[in-house]
Ligand binder design. Sequence first.
Ligand SMILES: Cc1cc2nc3c(=O)[nH]c(=O)nc-3n(C[C@H](O)[C@H](O)[C@H](O)COP(=O)(O)OP(=O)(O)OC[C@H]3O[C@@H](n4cnc5c(N)ncnc54)[C@H](O)[C@@H]3O)c2cc1C
Length: 417
Amino acid sequence: MQQDNIDILIIGAGIVGLATAAILTESGRKVLVVDRQGVCEGTSSGNAGALAFSDILPMASKGVLAKVPGWLMDPLGPFTICPSYLPKLLPWLYRFWRASSAGMLELTVQAQGAMMRLAEPEMLGLMQRAGIGHMIREDGSLELYESENELNASLPGWSARKAAGIIFEHLRGNQLRACQPGLSPRFIAGTFVPGWKTVTDPKQVGQGLWDYAQRNGAVFEKGEVSSISANGPGVIAQFTDGQTVLAGKVVIAAGAWSHRLAQNLGDRIPLETERGYNTTLPVGAFDLKRQLIFSGHGFVVTPLETGIRVGGAVELGGLDLPPNYKRAEVMLRKAEQFLPGLQSKGGRQWMGYRPSTPDSLPVIGRSHSTDKVLYAFGHGHLGLTQSAVTARLINDLIGGHMPSIPIDPYSPKRFRS
Ligand SMILES: Cc1cc2nc3c(=O)[nH]c(=O)nc-3n(C[C@H](O)[C@H](O)[C@H](O)COP(=O)(O)OP(=O)(O)OC[C@H]3O[C@@H](n4cnc5c(N)ncnc54)[C@H](O)[C@@H]3O)c2cc1C
């Protein structure tokens, strides 16, 4: 790897690393991005494409936890724990359970709300500057309920969103059917969120941000970093092929694998992966007006320029177990029932690794052992949505500016107790 005078080395060319490269190069910094795959080829390439700025409730919120026991009864259900992985998962699950206490939840919702208020202008602004503003779809989202009980159970969550200034409308009857024609009659109500945005395709967005960063001078190299150490004037990244790179600063944006690199520096971050699945059907598989959210079943259906994407689910099974694509099939079969007329043939299945912390907040801040290594990972279900705001905060830290919002809630230090 022939690279010298690197100001900043970014490990990971997922959406977080790419947005960070885009924003850091705007101020003329010399940036090298490395990834063992290509640009935006992993989890960031195949997600559901939502810019979910109103999604401020953590996974450990009461509404989700109440559904988990029922879901766990179903081995292919929306939330699964792979039995062989359970022993490794217990410490994370304990923290997840603690994150659901009323006091912690309130702090988390506030912190997530603060991120999201900045996430929206940062993401929309970055996409405009990068020349990919046309990739934003402003159709809103529609969350659907099959019973009065299900609707009622969702109301506390909607109250919390209302308090955070998020606009929504509960719909029934003709209003509901007009919002999405062709829905199964099993849905008795829905909530329309007009401010919810999606993108034409998340891989296109990643590639578009990279093209912009590259125009600003960023360079990409393929390679796998095996360790990092901060010595003397900079940080040395060691690659599995034996090469090294010396950089002034390193940003770890390696998604669900980031904690392995942080461990080199003595930081123990409880990062797990919530594996998720989907099937992308050909363009025209259904006349979908906007993203539909079936939260009782843990999946969404999204209209993309590249097809109709049906997917979601959470599988806690670590980084090494093989994918179980039956999960993608189960969601597709349900989608056929929910959207009669869906052309469900010819789909492409996919699995991705959400990088997830127990409190659903990302890890943004400096390593405790050196201020030359910064962390930008752990965005769970929201990495696309929060990529540009994360990049802005990393830019603030690197530039020595006061962060645009207080960053203590996202600090890696919160896990040290
Ligand atoms: C089914 C599903 C649906 C989702 N839907 C949405 C959505 O609608 N909206 C939303 O905001 N988010 C969504 N997400 C979450 C989102 O996809 C993730 O939060 C986001 O992609 C994480 O981005 P990242 O850049 O942190 O990680 P990644 O995309 O995983 O990128 C990390 C990169 O680091 C590289 N890497 C790792 N270790 C090393 C190493 N040692 N050396 C070199 N390279 C390395 C990997 O190859 C990878 O390319 C969804 C996720 C799933 C699974």
